[in-house]
Design a protein around this ligand. Structure first.
Ligand SMILES: Cc1cc2nc3c(=O)[nH]c(=O)nc-3n(C[C@H](O)[C@H](O)[C@H](O)COP(=O)(O)OP(=O)(O)OC[C@H]3O[C@@H](n4cnc5c(N)ncnc54)[C@H](O)[C@@H]3O)c2cc1C
Length: 257
């Protein structure tokens, strides 16, 4: 089995990189008691000219500790520099091709490099990175006036690409549009992001931050956030899993009623 390993922090590494990971599980033998999993990750930059490839992901040590604790013998992350870059996929043969290897999978979840949707390109709001530069106070496109772009499509500086962030940006953007329509100056916003990852039953970890525009870029306010402690007891992980459920219920109620 090959399954995706992704969380919002990984997904949304801000102004810099965008990433994804995959995990491959291969049974050692038919019906074997053990399986070997491989996590292969690949990264893409939003910056023109950058290779966009890197070897790290958000909450990395927390994830790796959790994998060791919860899924020993089942998960292995293959970093980019260790041959983890997927260069092509042979779907007919269920094979992932990396720089140095070919890996067969029973199930593969491959996430290609990402960019803003085609509609953004068609509207002229995406730049050559594939993402959309915006004013950090109003989310108005820097390329086409009176079009506002938020969420994953926007280049939101240090703010991760997450559902939490998109939701916070939508509120700021709506309030800014109301002000602009009234001919008033929108207030400088502060935006919160808090991404939970439930790595297993009763095992949650998180990363949080508060952001504000600094020199035209959404920037994390120093000391405003942080990640779950590395050495927390299981009771803390269980509590964070509960917080994650609470957040999910709140945001889905808010968005969908
Ligand atoms: C596996 C995974 C796990 C994640 N976990 C978390 C998490 O735990 N917490 C968290 O906060 N975030 C998480 N995220 C990130 C989160 O899902 C995204 O950041 C969020 O969905 C972005 O919202 P968005 O509205 O910007 O974009 P999207 O959710 O991608 O919405 C864009 C919508 O626009 C539609 N669309 C595109 N083109 C058109 C068109 N021409 N006309 C009409 N509609 C169109 C698309 O179909 C889509 O529905 C996760 C993402 C993944 C993939």
């Amino acid at each position: 089995m090959l399954s995706q390993v992704m969380d919002c922090g990984t997904l949304c590494d801000p102004s810099r990189l965008r990433g994804f990971g995959v995990a491959i599980r291969r049974a050692r033998a038919a019906g074997g008691a053990h399986a070997t999993d491989r996590t292969i990750s690949s990264r893409r930059a939003e910056r023109p000219g950058s290779t966009g490839l890197r070897d790290a992901f958000s909450k990395q040590r927390l994830f790796q500790n959790a994998w060791k604790e919860l899924y020993p013998h089942h998960l292995e992350w293959v970093s980019l520099s260790q041959g983890g870059k997927v260069t092509s996929v042979d779907a007919a043969d269920m094979t992932l091709v990396t720089d140095f290897d070919r890996r067969k999978a029973a199930v593969a979840n491959v996430i290609p490099p990402q960019k803003a949707g085609r509609i953004a390109e068609a509207a002229g709001v995406a730049d050559r990175t594939g993402w959309c530069p915006i004013d950090p106070g109003t989310f108005e496109s820097k390329l086409v006036p009176k079009i506002h772009v938020l969420g994953d499509a926007a280049i939101a500086g240090g703010m991760p690409k997450s559902a939490f962030a998109a939701n916070a940006q939508a509120k700021v953007c709506a309030a800014a549009i109301v002000k602009l329509l009234a001919g008033e100056q929108p207030a400088e916003p502060k935006l919160i992001n808090n991404c939970y990852s439930v790595v297993g039953p009763d095992y949650g970890i998180s990363i949080a931050g508060v952001y504000r525009p600094v020199d035209g870029v959404l920037t994390e306010i120093p000391g405003s956030g942080g990640v779950s402690p590395l050495d927390a007891p299981r009771s803390t992980r269980a509590q964070e899993a509960q917080f994650a459920d609470g957040w999910f219920n709140t945001i889905t109620n808010e968005v969908f009623g």
